[in-house]
Design a protein around this ligand. Structure first.
Ligand code: UDX
Ligand code: UDX
Length: 476
């Protein structure tokens, strides 16, 4: 008999769980979707009347929340109760890189996954399909299966309530800033598993809005590995183009022309060839580290060395940019004021995880600069948190003279600055008024455009010195 899902529970109301469940609720009005999280503030924010205060900013998300919340989409802290009533449970909790113990610095910390699996083992009823949504190391599904089957829940319950579980892998490929679009119109939906009936149940959910030719089914491990590999390939393209950006700067070629020329080749394709300050986001680095860890585990050291380089180039790109800023400002930025435009790891998101801005700001602070940071979506407390944690961990000794000011307006950040560094490609940075800006800056003034989005000619025409990633900055 075909299994019809009527009630979904998603553990984890984050960047993945929130938008994914919102779209499922919108496309499947016949299914009740309960998103649960242990974080009370997060859930309070998801239930905010004022939609401007949702915990996550994603274009298109507000509209769906307005339409479905309270109808078939619910956010709550009642984890156990919602597990009990669900036919299908998505696990969307975070899986940070381990900070200590075996695999520290590389392997993912699966403690939240394990905690979720234990809760499911204890509270689920009847036949339950458990879906891995978080990006995980290959073979995590096996761990989840083991916990579900053998956890020390009162085994009699399994009999009396005829509990049974199947585990599927259904990785997310959504990209922050376009999450809703990616969910509504995915390139593909990938479902890995070994139980036909459960796979069919999940396929049926997606068939409500996704064409069946785009739904791929595989075994569990292939699905898990495809997710890691997709992110590793995407990250590798960015490191490749960034490595060539440095060569362009030394030789006088222009990285944007090179990217257009190579991208015109269908075999290469034009996406993900924008050179920048280095990739950020919660996934790329973590997934490559996972890949490296797995390869080492299987003795494939050549393979792991290959992927390590992708991360090394990324770190080098960030360092390279901070060094350029210092060098151009006569070798010292101590006491100088630098306006940092953009702190999110990319435009259209308020997420700062692994943002290149964090490392670059750290470097500039270490050199004694005074930073005025402006980002249209990232909150003051988030920026403080990202920079302040470093301080409390004593990883960095802030020079006493350096200060960090978080600004609400671009103009406020720019006033009296010696340099502007653009780190996120927000639309508003493409239309800056260079005449006004140049009148507010200290001379000689500099613009460092790490995203190739500013009107350099205009900036130059008002006497600002410009540097842009991937071009011969001496010649131009
Ligand atoms: C996702 C993916 O799931 C992760 O694998 C990927 O690598 C990063 O992106 P994301 O949604 O971005 O995670 O994470 P986050 O925004 O931190 O949300 C996770 C949520 O899970 C948090 O709100 C946290 O409170 C919640 N959580 C965590 C639980 O509800 N229960 C737990 O036991 C642990
Ligand atoms: C990524 C994957 O794209 C998505 O499929 C996966 O599920 C989660 O991880 P995300 O982290 O949201 O999504 O952002 P993405 O658009 O991939 O960008 C990652 C980083 O690469 C950003 O810092 C971005 O600025 C940078 N980037 C991207 C470039 O520097 N150049 C490019 O051409 C593209």
């Amino acid at each position: 008999m075909e299994c019809q899902i009527k009630n979904i529970c998603c553990i984890g109301a984050g960047y993945v769980g929130g938008p994914t469940m919102a779209v499922i609720a919108q496309k499947c009005p016949h299914i009740q979707v309960n998103v649960v999280d242990i974080n009370r503030e997060r859930i309070r924010n998801w239930n905010e009347k004022d939609l401007e205060r949702l915990p996550i900013y994603e274009p298109g998300l507000k509209k769906i929340i307005e339409e479905c919340r309270g109808e078939n989409l619910h956010f709550s802290n009642e984890v156990e109760k919602n597990i009990e009533t669900a036919d299908m449970i998505f696990i969307s909790v975070n899986t940070p890189t381990k900070k200590k113990g075996i695999g520290a610095g590389q392997a993912s910390d699966l403690k939240w996954i394990e905690a979720s699996a234990r809760k499911i083992a204890e509270y689920a009823n009847g036949k339950t399909i458990v879906v891995e949504k978080s990006t995980l190391p290959v073979k995590t599904a096996e761990v989840i299966k083991n916990i579900l089957e053998f956890s020390n829940v009162d085994q009699t319950k399994y009999k009396t309530q005829s509990k049974s579980f199947t585990v599927l892998s259904n990785p997310e490929f959504l990209s922050e800033g376009t999450a809703i679009k990616d969910l509504e119109n995915p390139d593909r939906v990938l479902i890995g598993g070994d139980n036909e009936e459960s796979i069919k149940a999940l396929v049926n959910i997606y068939l409500n809005w996704v064409d069946e030719t785009k739904i791929l089914t595989t075994d569990l491990w292939s699905s898990e590995l495809s997710k890691l590999t997709a992110n590793a390939f995407l990250a590798q393209r960015i490191s490749s183009i960034n490595s060539i950006s440095a060569l362009c700067e030394s030789t006088g070629a222009d990285i944007n022309d090179v990217a257009t020329a190579i991208g015109a080749d269908k075999r290469i394709g034009s996406h993900f060839l924008q050179s920048g300050p280095g990739f950020g986001g919660s996934c790329f680095k973590k997934d490559i580290l996972n890949l490296i860890y797995i390869c080492n585990h299987y003795g494939l050291n050549h393979v792991s060395s290959y992927w390590i380089q992708v991360l090394e180039i990324n770190n080098w790109q960030k360092k390279r940019i901070s060094n350029i800023v210092v060098n151009k400002l006569f070798g010292t930025i101590s006491g100088k004021k630098i306006a940092v435009l953009g702190f999110a790891f990319k435009a259209n998101t308020n997420d700062t995880r692994e943002s290149a801005a964090i490392d670059i700001c750290k470097d500039l602070i270490e050199e004694g600069a005074n930073l005025n940071i402006y980002d249209p979506k990232v909150s003051l407390s988030q920026i403080e948190n990202d920079l302040f944690t470093l301080k409390t961990n004593n990883q960095i000794n802030y020079p006493i003279e350096s200060t960090v000011t978080i600004c609400k307006l671009i103009i406020e950040a720019i006033k009296d600055s010696d340099a502007i560094i653009v780190l996120t490609e927000w639309e508003e940075f493409k239309h800056l008024n260079w005449e006004e800006i140049s009148s507010l800056m200290r001379k000689p003034s500099w613009l460092f455009d790490t995203r190739s989005i500013c009107d350099l000619k205009k900036a130059k025409s008002y006497g600002i010195n410009v540097w842009r990633v991937g071009m011969d900055n001496e010649k131009n």
